[in-house]
Design a protein around this ligand. Structure first.
Ligand code: CP3
Length: 336
């Protein structure tokens, strides 16, 4: 598997490629399967249909990795928090008031269907296609749990981090344990590697970034590696800025996902020698296509030549991306 070779630090050329949100609304077959499931959460918890939507982009574009179709908010739902997706609005949760309202003991039964999806996927995927399991990073998941919605501001979470640090650290500790168990179950079910999405890592000032992002991420990687020797883990501390180097040194990741704003040359300079990166084409270029996309892809490829690298976007594909641009992207990378 080319993805695992790159995660092992071996340069692979052309680089392995997959795209965040590669299964999604830009594909008509995804929209049809979601309609069949009824709604997004039902789709995540239906092993046959979740397997189908995971495989759709692999069949169509031949990516080097499939990512389990689910969502980072399935874990808080399994822990007992309400969750709904309002059409066109994103996720909504009743903002968490007490950490004791969460029940880690009941979670595995509720996320059981996700593990069945992982088993089916590993059995159905081509042997050269790696299966990526994932979870949200504890800080990012806590943002949604405490504020009840996304958007990127998370005012309650940021206020609680100062005013009720004990409550926030109880939630983070509980999430760190639950996330470790959740990822461990995915590995046991057949995931070849896992990724931790800390999509909102960049909203915290440095001391909180250390305590709420790096600390829990490090405990998760240490526990997973102790239990599953050799397992590869990708961390995505989005918008970490100048905290990226510290994250790369401390968090115990095998590869670092780069967001759109980061110049990979700066990331190389800031992180330990040999750090493997994943990313970071601007998702807007995949919508625009044409010359702008081609030039940017060739520039990025030139920067990662001779390095172990995983080609990806700096954030997820948007629903307005034309399929032809994804096909063209694959052609450019495979022809490199
Ligand atoms: O293809 C894949 O990448 C795998 C599946 C996947 C989804 N969400 C499916 C999804 C993964 C890995 C995620 C991660 C996720 N979910 C993150 C971290 C990555 C990131 O984007 O920063 C976050 C923050 C979430 C929470 C979430 N889920 C939001 C904010 C939304 C609404 C935004 C939107 O695009 O509508 C979702 C919904 C969601 N998750 C969709 C998909 C395909 C769209 C749901 C639909 O079909 O309507």
């Amino acid at each position: 598997m080319k993805l695992l070779q790159a995660l092992n630090g071996e340069p692979v050329w052309p680089p392995p490629v997959w795209l965040m949100r590669q299964a999604g609304r830009y594909l008509p077959e995804y929209r049809a399967t979601r309609a069949q499931a009824g709604d997004f959460i039902r789709l995540c918890l239906n092993p046959a249909l979740a397997t189908e939507v995971t495989l759709q982009p692999i069949r169509k574009f031949g990516f080097d990795a499939a990512i389990l179709f689910s969502d980072i908010l399935i874990l808080p739902m399994a822990l007992g928090q309400g969750l709904r997706f309002a059409e066109g609005e994103g996720p909504r949760l009743p903002p968490l008031q007490y950490s004791a309202d969460l029940d880690p003991a009941r979670a595995p039964a509720i996320y059981g269907p996700v593990m069945e999806t992982v088993r089916r996927l590993r059995a159905e995927l081509p042997p050269q296609t790696a299966l990526i399991g994932f979870a949200g990073g504890p800080a990012t998941v806590a943002c949604y749990m405490l504020d009840g919605e996304g958007g990127g501001d998370f005012p309650r979470t940021r206020r609680l981090a100062y005013e009720q640090p004990g409550f926030v650290s109880d939630v983070l500790n509980l999430l760190t344990e639950a996330t470790t168990a959740y990822l461990s179950a995915q590995i046991e079910a057949g995931a070849d590697c896992v990724m931790l999405f800390e999509s909102w890592a960049g909203i915290f000032p440095a001391p909180q970034f250390r305590e709420l992002v790096i600390g829990p991420n490090k405990r998760i990687t240490a526990a997973l590696k102790a239990k599953h020797p050799g397992i590869k883990i990708i961390g995505f501390p989005r918008l970490a800025g100048l905290m990226l180097g510290e994250y790369a040194r401390e968090a115990g990741m095998d590869a670092i996902g780069l967001d759109t704003v980061t110049d990979i040359e700066n990331a190389i300079a800031a992180c330990p020698p040999g750090t493997v990166f994943q990313g970071n084409l601007d998702p807007l270029l995949l919508k625009l296509g044409g010359k702008a996309m081609e030039e940017a892809v060739l520039k990025l490829l030139a920067k990662v030549k001779n390095r172990p690298h995983i080609f990806n976007l700096g954030h997820g594909i948007t629903p307005d991306v034309p399929e032809a641009n994804v096909a063209r992207l694959m052609e450019i990378i495979r022809g490199a």
